[in-house]
Design a protein. Sequence first.
Length: 333
Amino acid sequence: MQNLDKYCHSQDTPINKIKTEDFVSVIIPCYNEAKTLQTIYDALGEVATLIPQAGFEFIFVDDGSKDKTLDIIESIASKDLKVGYIVFSRNFGKEAAMYAGMKEARGNLIAIMDADMQDPPHMLLDMYKSIKDDGYDCVAARRINRVGEPRIRSFFARRFYKLMKNLSSIEIVDGARDFRLMKREMVDAILSVSEYNRFSKGIFSWVGFKTKWLEYENIERVSGESKWSFWKLFLYSIDGIVAFSTAPLALSSLLGICLCFAAFLAIIFTVTRQLIWGGSAYGWSSLVCIILFLSGIQLFCIGILGQYLSKTYLESKKRPIYITRKQKRKNDE
């Protein structure tokens, strides 16, 4: 590991007692989290003191915040050499922030957690112990309930996890969070998946590795409001389905075949009725309903195809996942 002596001089543990595999990088994506940063920093500092055999670095990723998030991060970093930060040129989204943090992290153990304290920092202790003692490559957190969330959001979230399980070859655990501690080997595998349209929950599962799940009850934010509206979550779920399943394309094809077969039977029925009873092939209202129904199905299938085509189009542009405006590494003087 590069410049490990510079990383560790602010730790209580002597440099020669810290092993490379015991250096932990904690990535904290931030978007307008000025009210929570000091709280999460203090909590992480307490966790660091409870694992004296490990070195720590805290990487705050400012995802184009419009409040005083950056000012607070810079203030914290000026007082603590364990703290580094990455500042995006604009809001690129949490997926880009997590990717940037993993790319810049130097530890052999890498953690990702939110800044709003909904990911309990003390769970890092159990995560660290499970990796060190039980041989896991990753220890992740999942919520066993959604207390405090709107019921409609909870309902659709559970339906999404169930749908992903049925449509794709990967398994996303219900209530899974991005909050996890991973070995360097797993993080390197995740970084090798450098696609522009990222759905990290799916990528975490797709790369494999031995994972342990820690359950906990939902915790409300310490301050502020969630940046995820229902509409943003809906679009995010579509990204996940498109990224890890081609089942919608197969479904649209199957739907087209079924409708063609139904139309063929309807034609036979109409012709037969006309030949037997005569004067029965009329009814403009029913015809309009059928046309509207079939047109809706066609537009729906075209929309499915358009989603896959748009993702392919964006990937072909080879745009960077994020652009950095400002950065401070942990060992920068």
